[in-house]
Design a protein around this ligand. Structure first.
Ligand code: AMP
Ligand code: MG
Length: 363
């Protein structure tokens, strides 16, 4: 999910809903042992929410306040780099620039783009950070939502200005496009990138037991306040249900990021009842349509987990598992819809062992 202007946020804003869902799921799981109020804090960023929860030996009040300042500074920096909602961000400057000149970008921005380009190549274009015009056309960009699908001609035209093959990454973090209309959209990795920044800020203060969360993406290390491994709920991907209502299962993590992509997170329903989700298949220029409802990825960092979750959602389980094999430290859980309204899950070979996965028994 890319940025949403906070003022435009509604109860239907999927990032917000997802964050609530994750928080609801997490709070259910943590309800028996609430962390002391002075060891956690939360706020808003990227049109959604974030939270930081520390356990184990607490920080002094002064250090906690310094940590909060560090977190806010890092999140403000990401906003300056990747927000499609402020004209002076690096991404907007690049998107407006012509094709003639390369543009030098900040190291953080370069890291996110470098990861995204590598994933685009490894997924054979199922993941593509250069879908800006198509994402806007389908109503999932900064221009706001739409209620009916675009025409085939409009899709074909937007596809002419899309595609990671038109982006090159030279020395000294220089980005260059070879067609003027090319526009980056880093919505598929920005939240994961943000989670990694939250974790880095916490580690800077020597804390070893914590959970950080941004828009539903998480990274946890060590133990919670009860002295147990952190437990994260995987939401059931219902298009209709209220977020957090039901879980597909629960995973336990330490030193792992968790990210979920799904069609239920942001979509519009056309007058004929057809649902169009926010994840596009770059090979058709249209929202992904298959029986897969969500993909949850765990990986040592959240940039990887977030990017892979989106890529695997486009690819589906069969192709997705092949791409996943080239990321040996990452594992995935695919949740598909069954014709009878239930769900079926497919796990990568190491998912169960990596996460101590417990199905919720309501599939
Ligand atoms: P996520 O919620 O992490 O799966 O990211 C979804 C967001 O990524 C969408 O809202 C778009 O901004 C962007 N996006 C959609 N389709 C793709 C794709 N195939 N590759 C990369 N980014 C995409
Ligand atoms: Mg993603």
């Amino acid at each position: 999910m890319p940025w949403r202007k906070p003022g435009l946020r509604t109860a239907l804003n999927a990032a917000f809903v997802l964050a609530l869902a994750a928080l609801a799921a997490l709070s259910v799981l943590r309800s028996r042992a609430p962390a002391p109020a002075d060891s956690s804090f939360a706020g808003e960023t990227m049109g959604t929410t974030y939270s930081v929860e520390l356990s184990g030996s607490p920080l002094s009040r002064r250090d906690l306040s310094r940590l909060r300042g560090e977190v806010e500074a890092r999140l403000a920096e990401i906003d300056r780099q990747m927000s499609l909602y402020r004209a002076d961000s690096e991404i907007c400057l690049f998107n407006r620039s012509g094709a003639a000149q390369p543009m030098e970008v900040s190291p953080g921005f370069a890291r996110a783009v470098g990861f995204a380009l590598d994933l685009a190549r490894r997924s054979d274009g199922a993941f593509d950070p250069c879908l800006g015009p198509l994402i806007s056309l389908w109503g999932f960009g900064p221009g706001g939502p739409r209620s009916k699908p675009p025409t085939d001609e409009e899709v074909a035209r937007a596809r002419e200005s899309s595609g990671y093959q038109h982006l090159s990454f030279g020395p000294e973090n220089r980005l260059q496009k070879d067609i003027p209309g090319l526009q980056l959209d880093l919505g598929a990795v920005a939240q994961g990138f943000g989670v990694d920044e939250l974790a880095a800020a916490v580690e800077q203060f020597g804390v070893t037991d914590y959970l950080v969360e941004l828009g539903g993406e998480t990274f946890a290390r060590g133990l919670n306040a009860r002295g147990e491994t952190w437990r994260i709920g995987v939401q059931r991907p219902d298009l209709e249900a209220l977020p957090g209502q039901a879980l597909v299962g629960v995973i336990q993590t330490s030193g792992l990021a968790v990210s979920t992509s799904g069609d239920y997170q942001n979509f519009f329903r056309a007058a004929d009842g057809r649902v169009y989700c926010h994840i596009l298949d770059p090979r058709t220029g249209r929202p992904v349509e298959h029986n897969l409802a969500s993909v949850t990825v765990v990986a040592p960092d959240c940039l990887t987990a977030d990017g892979l979750a989106t890529a695997l959602f486009v690819l589906g389980a069969e192709e997705g598992l092949k791409v996943l094999a080239s990321y040996p430290a990452a594992e995935a859980l695919f949740v598909g819809r069954k014709p009878d309204g239930g769900y079926e899950t497919i796990m990568s070979p190491g998912f169960g062992a990596a996460t101590a996965y417990e199905p919720a028994g309501n599939e």
